[in-house]
Write a protein of this length. Structure first.
Lengths: 133, 207
């Protein structure tokens, strides 16, 4: 899907103003970044990229619309913030298992991590099938 | 500020807000989990309609306006919801998602069981096509009459008169304003699951 098409769908979706503004701001931002730069977008970076959207709820709603709808342009993933080696991204299958079943093995040590939701953070990437313009 | 909170911290910080639903909607990607979460979100929408019943009076709002309020609440929680899209006809509330996820809500004002039947037939034979990830729907009954529970009970009692067999799989019980049925989807032969729920909007305070 082309990002221009996504913007058209969003404009006619009837979304509440604050969610629509956050969606369009995010689409503009990932278009500016391009595929290479839009592979590890943390919530902190996203909040910074949307200075005009005051409500975290609107940002979360926009992220959900853009990653779960039929016209999604983002993928949601998880990572562990390791004190020594920095962020360790999880395989999507491991992320799903951690979120839904509460089962996660540490990607390096293989040790089971109890209550993974207390350790996993979210990040987003531009979906592979998305084309700029 | 969400900063780089963990998922648990995010859920805690957004508890009871649309943001909490949005996070859960993103991280629970199986059809079953989505359907469960959608029901919880809808329950919250119905509660809010009931809580604002002094504004949602019959002489002020209609069926469409109530459905639009529900769609707006779902959208604010990051769910791709629409009012009145074309899916075999004009659907009152439609939720779609990645990988073919689809949920259909047919809304009716309570004007007796025969009137609700029209909505159920629309849901069952026009909009709802049971396939994986799209085998559930809901009859949403807006009730301005007193004793909404009794109205729903009357509708449940009317089910044996339908043109095709419908099995009640969760009875209307005391303290609940819904029941559940299953039937074979005429188009696919696969089971279609329906929750029948009534939204009490009666408002005639005596003081």
């Amino acid at each position: 899907m082309r990002l221009a098409q996504t913007k058209e769908i969003l404009q006619s979706s009837g979304l509440p103003d604050d969610v629509l503004a956050a969606c369009l701001g995010l689409v503009d931002w990932i278009e500016f970044l391009g595929h290479d730069q839009a592979q590890f977008l943390t919530l902190a970076q996203i909040e910074k990229a949307l200075p005009d959207v005051a409500e975290p709820d609107a940002i979360l709603a926009a992220l959900s619309i853009l990653s779960t709808s039929e016209f999604s342009v983002l993928e949601v993933h998880g990572y562990l913030d390791d004190f020594e080696s920095g962020p360790m991204t999880l395989a999507d299958e491991d992320f799903r298992s951690a979120m839904m079943d509460g089962i996660l093995a540490h990607p390096k040590s293989g040790e089971l991590i109890e209550r993974p939701r207390e350790h996993v953070r979210l990040f987003y990437s531009m979906a592979l099938e998305v084309v700029s313009g | 500020m969400m900063g780089n909170m963990t998922v648990a911290e995010l859920l805690c910080a957004t508890a009871g807000t649309p943001g909490e639903i949005a996070i859960n909607w993103m991280i629970n990607q199986s059809y079953d989990e989505r359907f469960k979460l959608l029901e919880r979100s809808l329950d919250d929408c119905y509660r809010r309609l009931t809580d604002a019943r002094q504004h949602n009076r019959e002489d002020v709002v209609g069926e469409d306006q109530l459905s639009v309020q529900i769609v707006n609440m779902l959208q604010s929680a990051g769910i791709q919801a629409e009012h009145d899209p074309q899916v075999g006809g004009h659907v009152d509330i439609l939720v779609r998602g990645k990988n073919g996820f689809l949920w259909v809500g047919e809304a009716k004002i309570y004007r007796g069981p025969a009137y609700v039947k029209g909505g159920f037939l629309q849901l069952s034979t026009r909009y709802g096509i049971a396939q994986e990830g799209r085998d559930r729907g809901e009859i949403v009954i807006y009730c301005w009459q007193p004793r909404a529970w009794a109205a729903l009970e009357a509708w449940q009692a009317h089910l044996p008169q339908l043109e095709f067999p419908v099995k009640v799989v969760e009875e209307l019980g005391d303290g609940k304003l819904y029941f559940r049925t299953e039937h074979r989807c005429p188009a696919t032969g696969i089971t279609f699951h329906v929750r029948h729920i009534i939204v009490p909007l009666f408002f005639e305070p005596l003081k």
